[in-house]
Ligand binder design. Structure first.
Ligand code: SAM
Length: 187
């Protein structure tokens, strides 16, 4: 069985094609941004968001080291994602990933929050291509994590099954609030 990280990437690999525009909604140290950058290739584009300068700098460094030039790094909340999506991208976004929680080895009080995460999800859903996916890696062991997890689950469970498939993937015998995946696919 694939680990949470491997499976989150697998779910993106299955549907993203070179040349597409994709989104890393929480770039952090840039690992998912780098993965997406390689998937879409030189003719594609990654829009990578974070609210912390440290995260943008860390991601930038990783991308430079890997000679990636197809990423727009955006120091802003993913709640404002609509400001960065042009009309011609409607129905064209290949996929998006959210890694929820706090920046590893950094300030644990700066965390993703249910309200802004849900706002971003709902915006991206309008721009996703047919069969495009939003992947959420839900970490919730930290303070504030359970509230975010519960509000997101409530929101995605209510998505119309005629328009979206919503999957949950996780290891149910692991202790200490193990992360799990929510994947939303546009039909
Ligand atoms: C778990 S980390 C992401 C890890 C990253 N995917 C990686 O590969 O290193 C979560 C990130 O979300 C960022 N974040 C928190 N609230 C945000 C928001 N509203 N918009 C964008 N990023 C946010 C944090 O600053 C943090 O860097």
């Amino acid at each position: 069985m694939k680990s949470i990280l491997k499976y989150s990437h697998h779910l993106l690999e299955e549907i993203i094609t070179p040349g597409e525009t994709v989104i890393d909604a929480t770039c952090g140290n840039g690992n998912d941004t780098l993965f997406l950058s390689k998937l879409v290739g030189e003719t594609g584009e990654v829009l990578a968001f974070d609210i912390q300068e440290q995260a943008i700098d860390n991601t930038d460094q990783l991308l430079v080291e890997n000679h990636c030039t197809n990423v727009s790094l955006i120091l802003d909340s993913h709640a404002n994602i609509e400001n960065y999506l042009t009309e011609d991208l409607r129905g064209k976004i290949g996929g998006a990933i959210f890694n929820l929680g706090y920046l590893p080895k950094s300030d644990k009080s700066i965390i993703t929050r249910g309200e802004s995460t849900i706002k971003a999800i709902n915006t991206i859903l309008h721009y996703l291509k047919k069969n495009g996916r939003i992947i959420l890696v839900v970490y919730y062991g930290h303070e504030g994590g359970v509230e975010e997890k519960n509000s997101i689950l409530k929101s995605v469970i209510a998505l119309d099954q005629k328009q979206f498939n919503v999957l949950q993937y996780g290891f149910i015998n692991q202790k200490n609030n193990p992360p799990f995946i929510i994947a939303i696919q546009k039909k």
